[in-house]
Design a protein around this ligand. Structure first.
Ligand code: HPA
Length: 235
């Protein structure tokens, strides 16, 4: 047990999928895994371990924003020795060719700030995905009908932001979408020599104002889950 995760040693698989929403973790475990066990319920941040095609996987909620994700990922790595961490979440589209329901495979994650900012002092660290996972995800996604994009994303600290100029600058520099967790996930994976990737569904679009209905959200989450699971276990 750790401060925020009630799992016993050995309860967490080497491969951990990280949705922001704990109820998504419950839905995904119930839908895609067999032999599912609840391994964490501290603060309602549900985590489940089960089998996918006979292989162990944990699906643990990360909460919203980098400070929350940082707590769970630090404990998953340092206390439970998680080896591969894949964020599965939603993002706001930023480019014209990025549509609602498209999947974004995040090569890099830019930010204004992360919980690791103070570690780097004057340095600007460039958080990036694990190459092998990224390559696996591109191959896996390429075999599906889902439209997908590979490139940089923006990890913001705010959903209700008062600085639309920052989004505009990111858009001008080719950033595909905005979310709130990946930059710190990639930074922690780099620090501890683990593999990390963020796979995101576009749930809304900053330019057009379009947004997914809740039913469509569920379907698109299924596409992303399949990509994430196949990516995690690809040779
Ligand atoms: N901003 C930040 N995070 C998000 C968004 C957004 O527009 N959409 C989904 N996650």
């Amino acid at each position: 047990m750790t401060v925020h995760i009630g799992a016993q040693p050995g309860d967490i698989a080497d491969i951990v999928l990280l949705p922001g929403d704990p109820y998504r973790a419950k839905w995904a475990a119930g839908t895609f895994l067999t032999d599912v066990r609840l391994v964490n319920k501290v603060r309602g941040m549900l985590g489940f371990t089960g089998l996918w095609n006979g292989k162990r996987v944990t699906i643990q909620g990360s909460g919203m924003g980098m400070p929350s994700l940082s707590i769970y990922v630090n404990e998953l790595i340092r206390d439970y020795d998680a080896k591969t961490l894949i964020r599965i979440g939603s993002c706001g589209g930023m480019q014209e060719n990025v549509g609602i329901r498209d999947v974004i495979i995040a090569m890099t994650a830019s930010s204004v700030n992360t919980p690791s900012r103070t570690v780097f002092r004057e340095l600007n660290f460039a958080p990036c995905a694990d190459w092998q996972l990224l390559q696996n995800a591109v191959v896996v996604a390429g075999q599906k009908s889902t439209k997908f994009h590979v490139g940089g994303i923006y990890s913001s600290d705010v959903f209700y932001d008062e600085r639309p100029d920052l989004n505009a600058e990111m858009t001008r520099h080719g950033i595909l979408g905005v979310e709130m967790e990946a930059a710190e996930l990639y930074t922690l994976a780099a620090r501890y020599g683990r593999r990390a990737l963020a796979i995101l569904t576009v749930s809304d679009h900053l330019g057009t104002g379009a947004a997914l209905s809740s039913e469509a959200r569920e379907h698109s989450f299924s596409d992303m889950m399949e990509i994430a699971l196949e990516t995690a276990f690809a040779a």
